[in-house]
Design a protein around this ligand. Sequence first.
Ligand SMILES: [Zn+2]
Length: 102
Amino acid sequence: MPKNGTKYIIKIFSSGTDDARVEDWVIKFVNCKATKKVFGSCDYKKKEIHIYNRLKNVNRLSTLIHEIIHASAPFLLEESVVALEKSIIQVFKKEINNDEHS
Ligand SMILES: [Zn+2]
């Protein structure tokens, strides 16, 4: 689990209908208790993603994917972001399992 305060700086690629951008964003692992509904947040003004630090393994990865989709495609509805997250995380679960059993 990343230590509290760990930061990643990543490039977020986004494209709207008439513009394509690449921006530096910060991902921070913050010491905040995840609730049943909220595991992280995405701040478009600060270009910061916060991931609640108590999340483990697949839940953390799934939340990272979710928030990165928000950052990359701010026009998507929450339901669409969740659908993409659920679709993508399946393959990571399989990959993690493969690594653990090889
Ligand atoms: Zn969301």
